[in-house]
Design a protein. Sequence first.
Length: 368
Amino acid sequence: MDPFLIVIFVLVFIIIGLIVYNLSIYKKIKTFSNINDRISNLNVLQEFLDTIGKDSSVDNKLEIINDILIEKFAIKYSTIVVFNGAEYVIKATNVDEKHWDTMRNLQTEEMFKDSIMTATPKYVTVNGPNEKLSYQKMEMGRAKSAMFFPLYIDNVYIGYWIIESSDAHAFDNTDTSVLGVVRENIVAVLKTVSYQNTIENIYRVDKNTGLNSAEYLYGKGKRIIDKYDQSTICMFKIMNIEQVNEKFGRNIGTELIVNISNVVKRSISSQYIFVRYMGPKFAIAFSGVDLEGVEIFIKSMKEEIENIQILKEEKTKTKNKKKQEVASAITNFVLATYYKGTGLEEVTKKLEEYLDDCDENESNINCI
């Protein structure tokens, strides 16, 4: 055989061998890259879970999650929009505020309606430099591609998550299965924080005392209490309020309650939470204070409360003479320690049960 042909065959085999080897190396690198991507994605999901458990407001949690998405997935723009029962509200976004009207009305766009109806993601992009996405009204060039994810809780449409890029075809090779998992985690967060949002906003203000109701203690109040590892929860009851109402009338009973609440208000620090728990029962959360320190203070405050006297004058049968009677309170206090991370409602339940089950004539300061 011609030596020249032999050399050519050898070179061809060497080239084929190098191509096969390079393909093998490429596959290994790609596999390694995919493994790293999945590990990274798992870390993102863990950060989601950590955020859900944070002692923070609902809106702040959603903003944190949106920031995680933007950073970890190198997303240019990310927006979470939720229907609150009356209107669509932007819960988190890094899009300039001048575009918010557009971003919170994407459900009206034809290009996204089928996505909402079928509960499937929608990927849109442009092909030319002078094109723009049809939902953009007056914003040439801000976004050249987008992925729209409708959000559902128990098969009920509640809003959407949309990510955008300033580059065309930016999401062509994006792992949509991972983003699908991210979407489900956004839904899980929205579902979880919806309960928190209810608790945070369900409280009422008592019209007589101006105090928040018990629900405040478990919502916004708890965030203040949980700044400390340990706090003391105090509950007290006006034990004789029914007798005062029967003997002096409800107006005097209400006046007595208002005077007692005013004494407590001016006696405690602004960092403590004071609520009208229910009827004649009140609760005070002494944030960051131990039982021993609270017990001394409560003793002094209890004396001041029980020294309140409301006079009621009544005309007697004797001409020009009036009979004076005095209404005052008998109170019973009970204290317990609350530790951050445990059930606050379990502590208050235990205190309430004690006050409801004790002797009706008891007037003491108890630690349980």
